[in-house]
Design a protein around this ligand. Sequence first.
Ligand SMILES: Nc1ncnc2c1ncn2[C@@H]1O[C@H](COP(=O)(O)OP(=O)(O)O)[C@@H](O)[C@H]1O
Ligand SMILES: [Mg+2]
Length: 422
Amino acid sequence: MNVLVLGSGGREHAFAWKLAQSPLLTKLYIAPGNAGTAQVGINLPFAATDFAAIKQAILDLHISLVLVGPEDPLVKGVHDFIVGDEEIKHVPVIGPKQYAATLEGSKEFAKEFMIRHAIPTAAYFTATPDNIQESFYFLSQQKPPFVLKADGLAAGKGVLIIDDLELAKRELESMLNGKFGAASKKVVIEECLHGIEMSIFVLTDGSHYVTLPEAKDYKRIGEGDAGLNTGGMGAVSPVPFCNTELLQYIDTHIIKPTVDGLHADGIEYCGFIFFGLMVSGNTAKVIEYNVRMGDPETEVVIPRIQSDLLALCVAAANKTLHNQTIQLDSRTATTVMLVSGGYPGEYVNGKPITIGNTPDSIVFHAGTKTSENHAVVTNGGRVIAVTSYGNNKNDALALSYNSIKNITFDGMYYRKDIGFDL
Ligand SMILES: Nc1ncnc2c1ncn2[C@@H]1O[C@H](COP(=O)(O)OP(=O)(O)O)[C@@H](O)[C@H]1O
Ligand SMILES: [Mg+2]
């Protein structure tokens, strides 16, 4: 079968790398892809949100499955578009419809869902310009630090954590006044949770699910988790503190009630769910849902899946995931992200990248492209994710850091302390 992957990051290269190994695959296309996806499939020159071009590609290239990487096309309704079009509605889409994508697109929607289905999460109150006094009251009842979240998508920048109550009140007002545009017309105020963050992922057909490996990512630009937030600077899977008891808790109290809750609410869902968790001892609370895989977590999670990912996707589309089991590699996988100098602030694209021998790692491209003279050049803040396996995180990381010695581009930066807290 021919498959189309939408997206252009490290996550999509990891998907493409894995799908390319499937005996079920005939041809693999990625739109728009990057210089890495071009090594394992055929890049198509249109954006992941260009619905007309997606339709044309499905027809011309006889695509029989579409896998959506990023949230943007999902929130814009790519799944609804495909199933709503007579000519292409037979093509299954891995990735939820627009309404289900609201689990990621609106923090308030997600909180209401969790409360309705008794899924453990932080207490919250939704602030709007009409209830400012009640919002201040809820805020004043919380222990610092104060957590303020823009309701809508804000490119990972919409969450503020503030120590001082008066400052939190001022920030709340400024958010409601449009600090993050339409995304912060509503603000979810949350109780502050304490513990260690971790993520876990499932692939679901709306009734059944297979659980993928858990992972921990590193969001800050600086070592010791200092400095500005980024899309993610590295990841580790499995997470050493995640024992069977914790996994059991997460399955019983979080994953199963989520999938059952979607079903009970009549929300069709075919695709991946990302659970952002705050772990404390052997229990956890949900910080957020994402309606797709995380990046760079995918670059450690996918390499740990031994089963055929395409077979799992086909089963998800056919609603037969209950007939599937998932085999995992027990080794640790780590990834270290190489980023452009200046990121997450200003940086310059188009820097030539040299990749030498890296036999001990998988080099996933994130922000790269092939230039007109066939050179691989930088094309984004996060450029390359270097993934390795090991018997433990230290062995795996040693291989990633060793491989990085053979990769260079002008201004390249990476964190040398991924996994430091584990
Ligand atoms: N209730 C909370 N208590 C403590 N920290 C939180 C809480 N909610 C969010 N955070 C922190 O803020 C980060 C971003 O919040 P999240 O809900 O994941 O929003 P987004 O990923 O959309 O920016 C989390 O990864 C976590 O570090
Ligand atoms: Mg998050």
